[in-house]
Structure formats: structure tokens, C-alpha cells
Design a protein around this ligand. Structure first.
Ligand code: GLN
Length: 295
């Protein structure tokens, strides 16, 4: 391990093959998926750790290697070392602590990773830190500027509740439609809306309102809930493989089709190359999150 590589972490308590004997063959030769969680102790509310566990299990069930590292306060980030970088949600207090460290020790590494196509996923507080700034109590907390967004804590209530958004991931063809068709066959509220549009469902709780720059694409369109600012109908932001969203839930256990899409993007393979898994439980979880949000 190089000096700058993060500490090794364990996402869950093991990643044994599934008891259902699901297929264990990966896309031949794919992986390992090298994941780095940024500030996993500080930026981890609403069990964001569940997102990492989903990535680990879905790789392990397919026989894809999985390496999870952590990068905390004061630790440099090697921009070549990871395929997927994750930063979860945090209290304002912890965000303040991480923001300056992010600029000082990880900004260059994060930009280098994003430039070579690594997936960078920020959830809620993590999303805010991927933007330019988070203005709070007349103080501006700096972000790394990977997304052209600015967040402001304005007077008004926190934006809280179940949320569902529609995302258009043209390159999600392959696995996702099959996943969504099976959802429909099982009579469950599904991920697919048709026309390459899919539903992400989760839970949001943020005081900050996030505004997109003129050219910045949102991640999706709000079907139910508040989204970026409670008014625009936009949720999250996406620039290539850099993605920010307010969806906790945690996000990936409730939307495993999206976890697969991220894994495929991070490994630079087509999502259809990932072996199918028995997702009966995961489909029900997704349906229940959609139901909770009212879609
Ligand atoms: N502290 C941020 C806010 O309230 C983010 C909260 C979160 O990560 N849930 O806007």
C-alpha cells in the first residue's frame, strides 16, 4: 500500500456468497472495485454506511473483488487509487470540520480521480461539499467545485420527508430495464417509467437549499418531495460520473439498480455485463420506498 493510500475499512460483516446460490460470476476480468469513503466517521448520518455495504455485497455476490478504504481528516487522497469515491451526509458542525480539510488534503486527488472517470458520489452534506460553497450563518463553507452548485441555508423549515425522483440515465440500458420489467411482473411499483427514465426513492433532510449553475444538469426531476430547493423541481446534480443527491435512505439499499449502474460506471463496463442477482427482496424494498414517497 502506498503511503498515501487510505486505511482499509470493512463495509459489513463479511461478504460471503449468497445463501440462495445466486450467480457468482462477474463480468469476466472486472474489478476489483476500489472504493474510498471520505470521512466515514464524520459524514455518515442516516446510515450512509449502508450504501457502502450494498456496493460490497453486490460485488461479492458476483465474484468481483472489492476493496474499501477510508480517508479521514488530515489524510491525503491519491487520485489514481480508487474507482469510486463516496462522501455521505453530515451535521453542519461536522461539515464545517471536513470542508477545509477536503480543500487542503483531498481537492487535488478528487479532481484527478474525477478527470480520469472515477465515480464520485456525494449524498446530502457530501453533495453540498462537492459544489462551490455552503453558506451558513453568514459564513461561507468552501466546497471542492466538482459540481457547479451553491448551497445556502435560508430562513425556513428544513426540507424533510420521503422523496422520489425521475432520472434519465440513457446509458443505463441493459440490466436496468430487465430489473424493472421483473418489478412490473411481480406487481410491484417499479423503477421504470419508460423512455429510459427510472425512479430513485429515498428520504431527505436538509436545511440547505442548493442552486444549480446555468449549465449544471440536475440528477433528476422531483416526483414527490422537495429536492434541491423545494421549488425548482430539480434534485441533485450530475456531471459525468460525479453525482450529488439529497437522497438518503440509505440511497443504494432502496435503489439497487442504481448501485449496479454505479458499479458498472466505476469499472468502465456496461451494466448488462454484471451477472443477474436474485433481487426479490431488493425489489420489494424499492417498491416500499416508492410507496412511502407516494409514487
Ligand atoms: N447539514 C446539511 C444541511 O442540513 C446536510 C444535512 C444532511 O447531510 N442530511 O443542509
Amino acid at each position: 500500500m502506498s503511503e498515501r493510500a487510505g486505511r482499509q475499512l470493512h463495509a459489513g460483516d463479511g461478504a460471503e456468497p449468497r445463501a440462495d446460490g445466486g450467480p457468482l460470476r462477474a463480468a469476466a476480468g472486472a474489478g476489483p472495485l476500489r472504493v474510498c469513503a471520505l470521512y466515514p466517521d464524520l459524514m455518515n448520518i442516516y446510515a450512509d454506511r449502508g450504501n457502502l455495504i450494498v456496493l460490497e455485497r453486490r460485488c461479492a455476490w458476483r465474484g468481483i473483488g472489492f476493496q474499501l478504504s477510508a480517508s479521514g481528516l488530515g489524510e491525503e487522497l491519491d487520485g489514481d487509487a480508487y474507482d469510486l469515491l463516496y462522501i455521505g451526509g453530515g451535521q453542519d458542525r461536522d461539515q464545517r470540520l471536513c470542508a477545509h480539510d477536503l480543500i487542503d488534503t483531498k481537492r487535488a486527488g478528487l479532481h484527478a480521480a474525477a478527470a480520469r472517470g472515477a465515480v464520485v458520489l456525494g449524498v446530502c452534506g457530501g453533495y453540498q461539499l462537492l459544489g462551490h460553497s455552503y453558506t451558513l450563518d453568514a459564513q461561507e463553507i468552501p466546497g471542492v467545485g466538482l459540481l457547479d452548485v451553491r448551497t445556502v441555508r435560508e430562513p425556513g423549515p428544513r426540507l424533510i420527508g420521503n422523496v422520489a425522483i425521475e432520472v434519465q440515465l440513457k446509458d443505463a440500458a441493459g440490466k436496468s430495464p430487465a430489473w424493472a420489467d421483473a418489478q412490473a411482473e411481480n406487481g410491484l411499483k417499479g423503477a421504470a417509467l419508460g423512455g429510459g427514465r427510472y425512479v430513485l426513492a429515498g428520504f431527505e433532510n436538509h436545511g440547505g437549499r442548493t442552486y444549480l449553475g446555468a449549465q449544471q444538469q440536475p440528477l433528476g426531476r422531483v416526483l414527490r418531495g422537495h429536492g434541491n430547493d423545494g421549488r425548482s423541481g430539480a434534485e441533485g446534480a450530475r456531471a459525468g460520473n460525479v453525482i450529488g443527491t439529497y437522497l438518503h435512505g440509505p440511497l443504494l439499499p432502496k435503489n439497487v439498480w442504481f448501485a449496479d449502474w454505479l458499479i458498472a460506471r466505476a469499472l468502465a463496463i456496461d451494466v448488462s455485463e454484471l451477472a443477474a442477482l436474485d433481487d426479490a427482496l431488493e425489489r420489494q424494498t424499492h417498491a416500499s420506498a416508492c410507496h412511502a414517497a407516494g409514487v
